[in-house]
Design a binder for this molecule. Structure first.
Ligand SMILES: *Cc1c(COP(=O)(O)O)cnc(C)c1O
Length: 430
């Protein structure tokens, strides 16, 4: 059989780019076969180089809450582009975006713009250590906080798929200061704080886990976490790189009514361009240079194109009040999938918060990373390819969140559920 253009491009890319990709999960190593090379996107749709069209539920892994090539964001980027792409000097847009973020997420008194989620978490951790004059950081099994050295311990997503609990190239000394607890487990959390009293600088958490697939928090778990960190003088960092502007205008902290000390943002914040931020309590943020002694910097931080895209994205979100709509769309998909799963006697569960969801096969419920790891990965791979063959593009790993965007129409959701019913019928026949 003749090779597709995607397969040819993969062969070509592999020669000069490790694995042919610039981020491992794009290689489809969890589901097999060659990844599709994308030519363009429009609204809820992706078009590959072989001329195939897919309904997209990856949304570039979270940023594309308006779908692809939103015309107002594109217009804002073009307008900024004509004035120059970077100055290495402050611009009005940065102040405007910081004010908008503060208005939407009031726990963020002050913030710094960076260029990726990884930079945001890395900087928030450094700042927390400086603020508390302590070294240890507690994270949760299955939560991913970017590829920060000290955080690449039991970190979900690609790491979980490749079952590398830790990456080579990271000195043991770096991860010795990292403690790992179990998500949604208050007893475990209390035990860690009993053992490590007065030495934990920060707890960092995805308040809704999105990197072991979607795992919602038990609300009492987040409240307990807030209490215990406050009692111990530990900085609570919410990594809302996915959930910020995704599950509510205030992110997960708004949804569950739990206020962290610091928040990390990315993905939606940049409107599809590289932009991240970390921010929170003024007394902590004012430790940053030049106000304070903690060094943090970036040549392209607050890049005018990314800032223009971000301002436009947040304006569009504030204008539309989109979260009810996103929740309804997510709910329609979840209910339809659950109907199909029970009709065809699958053992499976659909986890969802608003517009982010994951189907876990071979398990009855998933509340933490350990339970997520019990899912049937082979069945997931068949599901992924079955849906792809039917024109639906899902995350190519069982441990990732799928995203519904505002560009997904009712008929798109209906088409997705028909494809799912069709696949499930075939799968259940064996
Ligand atoms: C994507 C992600 C990051 C890392 O962001 P990058 O922009 O990929 O560096 C950090 N935390 C969470 C929760 C993420 O989902």
């Amino acid at each position: 059989m003749a090779r597709s253009k995607s397969e040819n491009l993969m062969a070509r890319s592999r020669k000069r780019i490790p694995g042919g990709v610039n981020s491992p999960v794009r290689s489809w190593s969890a589901v097999g076969k060659s990844p599709r090379f994308i030519k363009r996107g429009h609204a809820a749709y992706l078009f590959d180089v072989d001329g195939k069209k897919y309904l997209d539920y990856v949304g570039s892994w979270g940023p594309l809450i308006f779908g692809h090539a939103n015309s107002e964001i594109a217009k804002a980027i073009k307008k900024a582009l004509e004035k120059g792409t970077t100055f290495g000097a402050p611009t009005e847009g940065e102040a405007e975006l910081a004010e908008m973020v503060h208005t939407m997420v009031p726990s963020i008194d002050k913030l710094r713009l960076v260029s990726s989620g990884t930079e945001a978490t890395m900087s928030a951790i450094r700042l927390s250590r400086a603020y508390t004059k302590r070294d240890k950081v507690l994270k949760f099994d299955g939560c991913y906080h970017g590829h920060v050295d000290s955080m690449l311990v039991q970190s979900g997503s690609g790491m979980a798929t490749f079952s590398l609990p830790d990456s080579p190239g990271i000195p043991n000394a770096y991860t010795q200061e990292t403690l790992v607890a179990s998500f949604n487990d208050i007893d475990n959390l209390e035990a860690v704080f009993r053992e490590y009293t007065d030495v934990i600088a920060a707890v960092i958490i995805e308040p809704i886990c999105g990197n072991m697939g979607v795992i919602p928090p038990a609300p009492e778990f987040l409240h307990a976490l807030r209490e215990i960190t406050k009692d111990h003088g530990t900085v609570l960092i919410f990594d809302e790189v996915i959930t910020g502007f995704r599950v509510s205008a205030k992110g997960a902290q708004g949804l569950y009514g739990v206020t962290p000390d610091l928040t990390c943002l990315g993905k939606i914040l940049g409107g599809g361009l590289p932009l991240g931020a970390f921010g929170g309590r003024q007394d902590i943020m004012d430790l940053l240079a030049p106000e304070g002694p903690v060094y943090q910097a970036g040549t392209l931080s607050g890049n005018p194109l990314a800032v223009a895209a971000g301002i436009t994205a947040l304006k569009l979100l504030s204008r539309r009040e989109p979260y009810l709509e996103l929740d309804e769309k997510g709910s329609q998909l979840q209910c339809g999938m659950e109907d199909t799963l029970s009709k065809h006697h699958f053992r499976a569960t659909v986890n969802r918060v608003g517009s982010m969801f994951t189907v876990f096969f071979g398990v009855d419920g998933v509340r933490n990373a350990e339970e997520a790891r019990c899912c049937d990965r082979e069945c997931f791979a068949r599901f992924f390819h079955g849906m792809l063959d039917r024109g639906v593009y899902l995350p190519p790993s069982p441990f990732e969140a799928a995203f519904v965007s505002l560009a997904h129409q009712r008929r798109d959701l209906k088409k997705t559920l028909e494809a799912f019913e069709n696949w499930a019928k075939e799968e259940s026949r064996g």
